[in-house]
Design a protein around this ligand. Sequence first.
Ligand code: PLP
Ligand code: COI
Length: 356
Amino acid sequence: MAEVHETNIRVQQVPRSRLPEVDLKNISFGTIFTDHMFQADSVEGSWTDLQLLPYGPVQFNPALMALHYGQAIFEGMKAFRTVDNEVVLFRPRANFERFNISAERMCMPVTTEEVFMEGLFRLIDMDRDWVPGFDNSSLYVRPFMYATDQFLGVRPSHTYRFAIICSPAGAYYSKPLRVKIEKHYTRSAKGGIGYAKAAANYGLSLLPTKLAQEAGFDQIIWTDAVNHEYVEEAGTANFMFVIDGTLVTPPVKDTILKGITRDSIVTLVRSWGMEVQEREVAVSELVEAMEKGRLQEAFAVGTAATVTHISEIGHEDRVYRLPAVEKRELAPRILETLNDIRYGRAEDPFGWMVKV
Ligand code: PLP
Ligand code: COI
């Protein structure tokens, strides 16, 4: 069921769509944007000036607080075109709820149903022709909010801009990943902002990720801030492991993002009658499992990442090669089932898909 009702959104449409100039089959992630965007402003806690307008540059003053003190958060979700040519969103309410959790942690105003959900549905409806209609493709939707006061003192801004932009997308990762267990840098500490989808979490990951890439890896497995003894998550996804045939994933807590894909997969796999362990995964346990050939699968799960195999895991000065991806069973079954639900090829037993 669509969740839209009519309200006060000003609409300005582009005179001519850019869509005919775009080859939806050949786009790299995050490079092409649809014709329109949604925006709303918060002034002293009230939302005003809701509008759908052409996608384009925004003007701001150099003293914009978001640029100086980092009050900036975002979400990521996807819209799919089903085999019946319907446009559906995957669990949008979960993103709405997580966005507001991030907002509270960053001392920003929460969004209302009207601003977030209605802005979202109206925007996707307006740009629905941009939702690609082939396998593994989708419309990536990026709601975000940033502080807009012009001020250099350190305090929460009084004004904010909320916006949603959309970008047609194929795969974020095009091949299995080589990941490095990070033992020096820290993504998030207890009491920090790890569970928020705050821009700062991504800014701090760039240098350690670049260093890992220079050493031949694609991504990092972040570990706990105390002793780097326990696995947490990737910079862009949560992690899952198959150890001795059981799906194991670190529990969600205040240092890691509570992934919606992770939650969906835990629900799905349990519905198959299989055990899923949400528990601490020690680096030493993982290393031992790799040495003894008991780690059958490892994969990263997220909106952009979908389900991406891990091919190699680096720990200190060793690199462990995991079983060939062709031999894996669980991750491919999960991805196929999720895709069947998303593209409308199978029943949606959990009520995850919401029609636009
Ligand atoms: N962890 C981080 C740091 C992420 O950026 C993402 C991506 O959104 C995830 C986990 C996975 O979350 P979700 O499945 O909700 O996209
Ligand atoms: C997502 O999967 O939505 C993410 O946020 C990951 C990355 C593109 C930042």
